[in-house]
Design a protein around this ligand. Structure first.
Ligand SMILES: Cc1ncc(COP(=O)(O)O)c(C=O)c1O
Length: 431
């Protein structure tokens, strides 16, 4: 009898444990199912967000008139190659000097050097006296130009230079002077956005070297500093040691393929270094740039030898992109000089046409020589927003201004749409 009761109790306990086990297992299974669901929901949401972002970029890119990026990016085959080759599974790093590549294994320094050598003659550099890098941006190129210039002058004279730049130049130059703790003199510019030579003359500090930053296409008006006139001022002071850096972020990209090529040729207008953006004219899909200088300038930098990189590393960044030079190399081989020339001259022709059409509408508009940037009286907020027009202000031109930077994607059809919108507004205002 007792053993019968024990057996029943035991059976009860076993049954309870089995039930608990089943309910536990069911609960665990349910939990993990909900984990899977929530994980996939998170992934789906993330994916949806990425897709929405991509769609909005693609929708807006052709209407982007106010900024100097080339939206005709053609790197699809490059990315196809990158994936097909398997390179998308590796980290390749251009830490090192493209002109002293002692270990061409996990870097693309040889391609980087070829990119610099391809562009060097366009700016009048001699391949036997050339140094340069593919940079992260125009600003990065200016950073190198200002840094190299300051150190070069210090080495030559034992004195810290004064940096001169016009007040219409890109703000990166002022920011970099600040960052590099340089004495900066901002020289007033004229109504065209060019440094005024007489103002430079008044401001020159005659007992210190001069680090000149020349603007080759100011950001808003596309003004180009008159290098000959500014050099004439400097020539009156032969005791001042001068270094010239050219900030040619946008114009340096296209001018070499036009009849204005001499403007960026250092054999015609002497300069020591030049910075150009890669994503403005050349069609890179992310910020990038070129910095070119002479071997003589490079060899007059603070050495800071790096044993494991087998030499002096004058560039500011250690790790640098290997993919960007590969993209540049790709573009050079797929577009080539003829393609660049066609694009550059097309941009200038459309900019001239746009200025003519604005004149025809009686809408105040201006364009500087050699420029693809037309600036004009600011239209309504609605039009400015539709065409992503950046604002500026100049009292001497009547106040509020906007500009259109006629890049490759700013076609005549697109411009005509803008002109039609503007004309409608002019007619409505007149009615
Ligand atoms: C004249 C000028 N310099 C420098 C820059 C800065 O170049 P990035 O945007 O490539 O750094 C710009 C950008 O618009 C520019 O217009």
């Amino acid at each position: 009898m007792l053993s019968n009761v024990k057996a029943k109790i035991l059976a009860c306990i076993v049954f309870t444990f089995v039930l608990m086990g089943i309910s536990c297992a069911t609960a665990l299974a349910a939990d993990s199912a909900s984990d899977v669901t929530s994980a996939s929901t998170v992934t789906d949401l993330a994916q949806e967000r990425l897709d929405r972002f991509a769609a909005s970029v693609l929708e807006l890119k052709t209407q982007s008139f106010g900024y100097p990026g080339n939206q005709n990016v053609q790197l699809t085959d490059f990315y196809r190659w990158l994936i097909d080759s398997g390179l998308d599974t590796a980290i390749v790093n251009n830490a090192g000097d493209p002109f002293n590549n002692t270990d061409p294994s996990l870097n693309a320094l040889d391609f980087e050097r070829e990119v610099i050598e391809f562009f060097a003659p366009m700016y009048g550099f001699d391949l036997n006296d050339l140094w340069g890098i593919v940079t992260f941006s125009g600003t990065d190129g200016n950073d190198h130009g200002i840094y190299f210039g300051a150190k070069y002058l210090e080495k030559k004279t034992g004195k810290k230079p004064v940096m001169y730049v016009s007040d219409a130049a890109h703000y990166s130059n002022m920011r970099l002077a600040d960052l590099q703790n340089l004495d900066l003199v901002l020289i007033p510019s004229d109504v065209h956005g060019r440094m005024i030579p007489e103002e430079l003359e008044k401001a020159l500090v005659t007992d210190r070297p001069a680090l000149m930053v020349y603007a080759m296409g100011t950001t808003f008006k596309g003004g180009i500093d008159d290098q000959d006139a500014l050099n004439a001022v400097l020539a009156k002071h032969p005791d001042i040691e001068v270094y010239r850096h050219v900030d040619a972020a946008l114009f340096g990209g296209f001018l070499p393929y036009t009849k204005y090529r001499d403007a960026v040729n250092r054999n015609v207008h002497p300069f020591d270094s030049i910075a150009i953006s890669g994503h403005k004219f050349f069609g890179m899909d992310e910020p990038a740039g070129l910095f070119l200088t002479t071997m003589e300038v490079k060899e007059n930098q603070n050495p800071f030898n790096v044993t494991y990189l087998n030499g002096s590393m004058p560039m500011i960044n250690c790790s640098r992109s290997a993919i960007t030079p590969l993209k540049f190399w790709w573009i050079i081989h797929h577009v080539g000089i003829e393609g660049f020339a066609e694009q550059a001259n097309g941009m200038l022709a459309r900019a001239g046409w746009l200025k003519g059409e604005l004149d025809r509408l009686g809408w105040p508009a201006w364009i500087e020589p050699m420029s693809n940037t037309v600036y004009f009286m600011r239209p309504s907020d609605e039009i400015a927003e539709k065409y992503t027009l950046a604002p500026d202000y100049d009292d001497s031109l009547g106040g509020e201004l906007s500009h259109i930077v006629v890049m490759q994607h700013v076609t005549e059809d697109r411009l005509q749409e803008f002109l039609d919108d503007l004309e409608k507004e002019i007619l409505a205002d007149a009615a």
